[in-house]
Design a protein around this ligand. Structure first.
Ligand SMILES: *[C@@H]1O[C@H](CO)[C@@H](O)[C@H](O)[C@H]1NC(C)=O
Ligand SMILES: *[C@@H]1O[C@H](CO)[C@@H](O)[C@H](O)[C@H]1NC(C)=O
Ligand SMILES: *[C@@H]1O[C@H](CO)[C@@H](O)[C@H](O)[C@H]1NC(C)=O
Ligand SMILES: *[C@@H]1O[C@H](CO)[C@@H](O)[C@H](O)[C@H]1NC(C)=O
Length: 383
């Protein structure tokens, strides 16, 4: 069975029913979204970059899919938990040509994507050529070609793999992108320079929403960016940090401050978008708060040290990434996974474990960290 087609189980449906109750929003009917269209980076890539370039190899995916499933984690991503909660199948990557079906949406996210058009190739620092603007033009092409095919293909088994034209306005459009724009910025610019470019990073995201709205999209679920300074990778090369460089949880403070500033500007822009798009229901999702929440209370929640990495060999100056082989002191070392990924927050130093993704999903999708505060199942209602 393809990992973008796995059907949801009764348990998940039961959870969804429970989550749809309670809170002020319970007067609103559930939206019954027909599809999900997702745009983003590795936080929500379900096979795109893997299909376009080299596959992501095991031990990625082993904890849930029992083999690599094109995802940068041991198992499911937040977008997979969104699909489960909305009783929709896991999303197929648009770039994945085999065994795919798009009746219930498509995923345009690719690992390494930025909002801005990149100035470097994937072979340097892994920045994807499929930046947000490219993902949007892929969506346009997808929609046009699907409409063409829909009219041509009379064979019903083929038709069932295509989206229905009337479903675009009843789909949820989800975004999780911006983290790589910050990481490129940290590499290439001073903090002040990067801070000055934040509005120009956010504007194309707003334009993407406007564009999808013109294409019929009405419900948008937009993740802000996470505490990038808490990613273990950003601490691998830090020794003897000056006082104040790290916060109380060991995260790079200036990087997190930049993410917070990005998020503030994103939220302001979303508030403006709501005025510009009178029929849009746009939810701003504070993924930063959820991720920082799990990191700052790791111990109380039964997780290991948030800055420890489950998979890979990272000792002093030697770094052998998850699933790779390398040599240290002429000894071959495998970047192996830890025994129990479910107690780790970081899977590979850059990406979260399934356990952490699930926690973040559980603490955002019920509306507790969103603006407006409505669960994702009701995110079609403009507040
Ligand atoms: C790429 O370079 C152009 C021209 O220097 C600049 O305006 C743009 O912001 C750069 N893009 C990124 C992603 O750094
Ligand atoms: C429809 O497609 C299926 C599988 O591709 C094939 O077996 C079947 O003969 C087709 N039916 C028609 C009416 O073309
Ligand atoms: C490599 O050598 C250093 C210094 O002798 C030692 O501390 C380290 O444990 C060795 N690493 C491995 C993987 O053998
Ligand atoms: C959402 O779920 C989390 C985790 O179970 C819980 O702590 C929080 O109170 C819930 N919020 C709402 C609004 O239901």
């Amino acid at each position: 069975m393809e990992f973008c087609r796995v059907l949801v189980t009764g348990l998940i449906i039961a959870l969804w029913v429970l989550s749809a109750r309670g809170g002020d929003a319970n007067v609103l009917p559930p939206c019954e979204f027909r599809a999900i269209y997702n745009f983003g980076d590795s936080n929500s890539d379900t096979g795109g970059i893997s299909a376009a370039f080299e596959p992501i190899r095991e031990p990625y995916g082993e904890g849930f899919f029992h083999k690599s499933a094109g995802r940068d984690s041991d198992g499911r991503l937040i977008v997979d938990f969104i699909a489960e909660r909305l009783k929709l199948p896991y999303l197929c990557a648009y770039l994945n040509s085999l065994g795919t079906t798009y009746r219930r949406g498509a995923n345009f996210a690719t690992g390494g994507s930025t909002i801005l058009k990149p100035n470097e190739t994937i072979y340097e620092y892994g920045i994807s050529p499929f930046f947000l603007g490219m993902q949007i033009s892929q969506f346009d092409q997808f929609k046009a070609r699907a409409a063409d095919l829909y009219n041509q293909v009379k064979n019903s088994s083929e038709v069932n793999k295509l989206p229905r034209l009337e479903d675009y306005s009843k789909a949820l459009y989800t975004f999780d992108i911006g983290q790589n724009d910050l990481s490129v910025g940290f590499r290439k610019m001073s903090f002040d320079q990067l801070r000055a470019t934040l509005p120009s990073i956010i504007e194309p995201l707003a334009s993407a929403v406007q564009h999808l709205y013109k294409q019929g999209g009405r419900a948008f679920w937009i993740h802000n960016t996470g505490p990038i300074g808490c990613l273990p990778v950003n601490l691998f090369y830090v020794s003897n940090p000056p006082a104040g460089y790290l916060d109380e949880h060991g995260c790079v403070k200036a990087q997190n401050d930049m993410a917070i500033e990005f998020n503030g500007k994103l939220k302001d822009r979303i508030i403006k978008l709501r005025e510009e798009l009178p029929e849009a229901a746009i939810t701003y999702v504070d993924v930063y708060a959820a991720k920082y929440g799990i990191i700052s209370s790791a111990k109380n929640l039964g997780f290991a040290d948030a800055l420890k990495v489950c998979c890979g060999y990272h000792v002093k100056f030697d770094h052998i990434w998850c699933g790779n082989k390398g040599s240290v002191n002429n000894t071959e070392i495998y970047g192996a996974p830890c025994k129990d990924p479910s107690v780790f927050i970081s899977w590979d130093g850059v990406h979260y474990t399934q356990a952490a993704n699930q926690w973040v999903a559980d603490h955002t999708q019920n509306g507790s960290l969103t603006d407006p505060p409505i669960p994702i199942s009701q995110a079609c209602h403009r507040q």
